[in-house]
Structures are given as C-alpha cells and as structure tokens.
Write a protein that binds this ligand. Structure first.
Ligand SMILES: [Fe+2]
Ligand SMILES: [Fe+2]
Length: 167
C-alpha cells in the first residue's frame, strides 16, 4: 500500500479533519501543482498526516497539527505562474498569510492552528512556531517538499534519457 494513502484508513485522523477534506475549497487545491507532479491538496494531506503522526506518538496536540497542516498552503493560486499573472512577488514570504486568511474565511480554526499556518515557512520567515505541533508541521513540510521535488527531478531526468524509471 502507498504510504501516502494511509490517512484514509485512520479513523482518528479523519475525525479531526473530515470537514476540511470534503470541502470544495480544499478540494480545489487539486487544480494547483505544489512540487513536481504533486498537487497542493496532496501535499497538504501528506504534511498534515505526517505531522499528526509525529504529534500523536509524542503526546503533542495532534488535532492542531492535522488541521494546521492541512490548511498550511491554502493560498489558492498557481505559484508557478508568471508574477504578472498572479499579481505579486515573494510567494515564499507572503503565502502563509494568504493561507491563514483563506483558512479563517472558509473553516473554523483555533488561534493555535492559525499560528501553525502563519509560521510554517520558518526559518525563511523569522518567527518560529511557538508549539510542538507547529514545529512538527515545519518539519513535515520540508521533508514532503524535498521528496516531491526530487520525484519531479528524477521523472524529468528519465524523460530526458528515454527511460521510464531511474533507480
Ligand atoms: Fe508553504
Ligand atoms: Fe507546504
């Protein structure tokens, strides 16, 4: 079984986030690529579930990690589009605020979850998360982002050299 599908079997996880997973705004993130061939929706689920598992293992606030992780990149635009089209620069610095505003607009979130979203780009943005749930989301975001980008890299490499799979 694909580890990225494990969340579907975890009833405790689903109970924390079901309202978000079924929401059309959350689902619309499948319309935007995050890294490689991974959509923003898939990326957010992976980050959320990894952070949730870390927190559950360690006795930290797993619900905040699951919900904050799921909404951390809810910026709702194609960040690969030219600056002219998306209307602003510095996506890396500005998208946490956009995601937090969208999360508040469409979902019921706590102050802790809002802070997890706002601070997930640390250390690129200067203020670190104040909670272990926030740190778990920061860590999961970096790990998932690295693997998603690398998958895309190897796929391009394989295409270039005419082989379906490399390694
Ligand atoms: Fe992000
Ligand atoms: Fe992310």
């Amino acid at each position: 079984m694909d580890v990225r599908q494990l969340y579907k079997e975890d009833q405790e996880y689903l109970a924390c986030v079901e309202d978000i997973l079924i929401h059309p705004v959350f689902r619309s993130m499948d319309g935007y690529i995050q890294h490689g061939k991974t959509t923003c929706r898939e990326h957010c689920i992976q980050v959320s579930y990894m952070a949730y598992r870390i927190c559950r293992e360690n006795g930290w606030d797993y619900k905040a990690a699951a919900r904050g992780g799921l909404l951390h990149d809810l910026f709702l635009y194609d960040w690969h589009a030219p600056v002219k089209e998306r209307g602003h620069r510095l996506h890396g610095f500005t998208h946490p605020r956009t995601a937090a505003e969208n999360a508040e607009k469409y979902f019921s979130i706590t102050g802790k979850e809002r802070q997890i979203i706002l601070r997930h780009m640390w250390p690129l943005t200067p203020v670190p998360p104040a909670t272990m749930a926030g740190m778990a989301v920061v860590w999961a975001d970096k790990v998932c982002g690295f693997h998603e980008t690398r998958e895309g890299f190897w796929r391009k490499f394989a295409d270039l050299f005419g082989r379906r799979t490399v390694f």
